[in-house]
Design a protein around this ligand. Structure first.
Ligand code: NCD
Length: 337
């Protein structure tokens, strides 16, 4: 029997209500990040397999920390030093991992659609930790959580996304999520990184405009999402780095074009001095480190919803408040499909 959150592969297919549900479920886990003792026993006895076929620092550590703080064990596949390098196929690798009986698989892969492909072949839930240029659902959720905390809402905001949007799974997950809450998007970067087809990627009715002029893009922005210049995904940079800095770097002077209370997000890793100036990265409008903290909360919620069982202990904050626990909410919300 399958349920709505059997896997978490993308935000695009999720409704605003489902996305709100996921964000709500992250709240008690945000609380836990502030406690001196952060470890729960909620997923004691469970095992989370982490298979990162593409390099990752924060996402891999964040999922690992999320599992550990829920009391789960982890199994780590290090693609660089594994049989993948000896020519093993993706399916053979994940079937081998699966045979070690983890309860779910968190995977990152350079090929768009790889987690979905794997999910079709495994019984256990699969979580997409970033696939090619397709989606990065946990990043989209942690960004939304960060925006909601700082701005008090995620509805009807002017969101400017700067940089290499064409190759960004983060931008896509952001647009799929925030677009369902009425946010309007301005995409800005060199023309080859912001092709016209991006205007169509949002949910029906989403307002997405493009501009190559950063000043115009920042006018009236509530939220600015700065993307990394992904040299590893490009054979040719869109333009020389020096020119990129000159034309597109978010610096303090440019930031003044945005609304006074605008916030700045960056999924990391940042190329300081390239897409973002140190002054902005470390300034009061920057949410970069809050994003990292919220990442653990969101990933705890994801793991909890996918492999927690209703009989198990719920996080104190919800259990003691008499509200519906995440586990119970899961039973009622995740009808069979
Ligand atoms: C992003 C990714 O890998 O998609 N980073 C991340 O997960 N925090 C963005 C990037 O690599 O530029």
């Amino acid at each position: 029997m399958t349920h709505r959150f059997r896997d978490l592969l993308a935000l695009e297919p999720l409704s605003a209500a489902e996305l709100s549900f996921l964000l709500e479920q992250s709240r008690p886990f945000q609380e836990i990040q502030r406690h001196p003792l952060k470890k729960l026993a909620t997923l004691r006895g469970k095992t989370v397999a982490l298979a990162f076929f593409e390099n990752s620092t924060r996402t891999r550590i964040s999922f690992g920390a999320a599992a550990a703080r829920l009391g789960a064990d982890t199994m780590n596949l290090q693609a660089e030093a594994s049989s993948v390098k000896k020519g093993e196929s993706l399916l053979d690798t994940v079937h081998t991992l699966d045979a070690m009986k983890p309860d779910c698989l968190v995977m990152r892969h350079a090929a768009s659609g790889a987690p979905e492909f794997v999910a079709r072949h495994l019984e256990i839930p699969v979580v997409n930790a970033g696939d090619g240029t397709h989606e990065h659902p946990s990043q989209g959720l942690l960004d939304a959580l960060t925006i909601r905390d700082r701005k008090g809402r995620i509805e009807n905001l002017n969101v400017t996304i700067l940089g290499d949007i064409q190759h960004s799974r983060v931008a896509r997950s952001n647009i799929h999520l925030l677009g369902k809450f009425g946010c309007r998007f301005t995409l800005c970067g060199p023309a080859m990184w912001v092709p016209q087809e991006l205007e169509k990627i949002g949910p029906p009715g989403a307002v997405i405009r493009r501009t190559a002029r950063i000043d115009e893009a920042l006018d009236g922005a509530d939220v600015i999402i700065v993307l990394r210049v992904q040299s590893e995904r490009l054979h040719e940079p869109a333009l020389p780095l020096d020119d990129y800095v000159l034309l597109y770097q978010l610096n303090a002077e440019r930031l003044r074009r945005a609304r006074k209370d605008a916030i700045v997000l960056h999924p990391g890793p940042m190329n300081r001095g390239i897409e973002i100036s140190p002054e902005v990265a470390d300034g009061p409008q920057s949410c970069v480190l809050e994003q990292v903290t919220n990442g653990i909360a969101v990933r705890m919620a994801i793991l909890y919803l996918l492999i927690g069982t209703p009989a198990e202990e719920a996080p104190q904050t919800t259990a003691s408040s008499g509200e519906q626990t995440p586990a119970k909410a899961r039973e009622s919300t995740h009808a069979s499909d």
